[in-house]
Design a protein around this ligand. Structure first.
Ligand SMILES: NC(=O)c1ccc[n+]([C@@H]2O[C@H](COP(=O)([O-])OP(=O)(O)OC[C@H]3O[C@@H](n4cnc5c(N)ncnc54)[C@H](OP(=O)(O)O)[C@@H]3O)[C@@H](O)[C@H]2O)c1
Length: 376
């Protein structure tokens, strides 16, 4: 199920707080950083905050720059991004600025919350999502019903914590402000819980006046048949690797990456790597890992094309090599067409042996791109 690209945005004090406990919102960013946030807002389809942030800060969440709004309209987009909030209780102030500024608004809530929001006269489209609010369903709803492809999440800590823990955050834009809060009752950015083990990937740092912006991406693969945001990043890398393959008219160009459960890259490879004219991508990557590496059983293989099930050039097809390595999870973009082997079904072979196979068709076009010269 395709989901929006989810960008978490927050500013924190040096001691990791989102706010203090005073009645006024604590200003952590600098003026130039507020302008950067305005620019990010202008770039997205929707902005989401939790009900706690509406209650604490009464934010308007607008694109403030008239030029940026005009640019959106010129591109055929709404003047303001859709504003979205989540609440289980529906206990919201109908007079809050959130409902009465900007463009369209949506409240994602529970059945109970929807009844309460209707009774309060909340001026938004109220969407009940069942007895509990499931983030996967909520994001899928934003994608399908409102066409949200890029979602900016502006807090607060409860919402950020859940999205990161569930593997739904594609990116974290964190601003570190040079001040200290020092109040244990103040809200923190991330609460306790089961986050990904291992390290996130630092993709950018930028000084903006006296604050520092850091951009991170999660790295830990999802589990089972659900695709996490990190799964999508790794599969995109596999598709990029396919472009490195020496050209061939008789074999696919494929890229592959093997990633440990904590998000550590174990190896990568691509078809015909190193001048071996029959080498497959998964085979090339696996050959770089010690077969006794204890991280293999919990690893995920990302392959732009599903691992092969039949092979004339080597004794074992890639699906078999993956299973023999002890790996039980594969994420791929493209099911193998009948170009060279009719009804190849590497995914079926893997699944029959108990492996989880996740196919993300939204990456198929990228996986096909280095193969467009092939027949069919
Ligand atoms: N520095 C920054 O960048 C920044 C940005 C934003 C906010 N903040 C600060 O963060 C604080 C607010 O954070 P917060 O953690 O208290 O609130 P929050 O994350 O904004 O919202 C939490 C509320 O959202 C609803 N919610 C969240 N997950 C849900 C789920 N799975 N199912 C149903 N409802 C769900 C619940 O609403 P109900 O209670 O209605 O059920 C919950 O109480 C404020 O102090 C604010 O100033 C700082």
């Amino acid at each position: 199920m395709p989901l929006p690209y989810v960008l978490l945005s927050a500013a924190v004090s040096l001691d990791g707080y989102l706010d203090d406990t005073g009645p006024e919102r604590l200003l952590l960013s600098s003026p130039a950083d507020f302008d950067r946030v305005d620019d990010v807002r202008a770039s997205v389809d929707a902005i989401l905050v939790g009900a706690g942030t509406i209650r604490a800060d009464n934010p308007r969440l607008l694109v403030n720059s008239a030029e940026r709004r005009a640019l959106r309209v010129g591109e055929g987009r709404a003047e303001f991004p859709l504003k979205v909030t989540v609440s289980g209780s529906g206990e919201l102030d109908p007079g809050a600025a959130f409902w009465h500024t900007g463009g369209a608004k949506v409240l994602l809530t529970t059945d109970r919350g929807a009844a309460r929001a209707h009774a309060l006269g909340i001026a938004a489209e109220v969407v009940p999502l069942g007895a509990e609010l499931d983030w996967w369903a909520a994001l899928a709803h934003l994608y399908e019903r409102y066409g949200v492809r890029r979602l900016m999440v502006e807090g607060g800590g409860t919402v950020h914590t859940q999205l990161l823990r569930e593997g739904l955050a594609d990116e974290l834009q964190l601003v570190l402000a040079p001040l200290l809060v020092g109040d244990p009752d103040a809200p923190r950015l991330f609460g306790p819980g089961g986050y990904q083990r291992g390290r996130l990937r630092l993709v950018e740092t930028r000084r903006i006046e006296d604050v520092v912006l850091m951009r991170y991406e999660p790295t830990a693969p999802g589990t089972g048949s659900r695709a996490s945001a990190a799964d999508r990043h790794w599969l995109a890398l596999a598709c990029e690797l396919a472009a490195l393959c020496p050209p061939s008219r008789t074999a696919f160009s494929v890229g592959a990456v093997v990633v440990g459960a904590d998000g550590t890259e174990l190896a990568r490879g691509y078809s015909r790597e190193g001048g071996d004219l029959v080498a497959h991508a998964e085979e090339a990557a696996l050959a770089k890992i010690d077969a006794t590496d204890p991280r293999l059983p919990a690893a995920t293989v990302y392959s732009s094309l599903e691992p092969c099930a039949h092979r004339a050039s080597r004794p074992a097809p890639c699906a078999r090599l993956i299973l023999d390595a002890g790996i039980r999870r594969v994420v791929t973009a493209w099911r193998e067409p009948d170009t060279f082997v009719v009804a190849a079904d590497g995914s079926g072979l893997l699944a029959a042996a108990g492996a989880a196979v996740v196919v993300l068709p939204e990456y198929e076009e990228r996986a096909r791109r280095p193969n467009l010269h092939l027949p069919g």
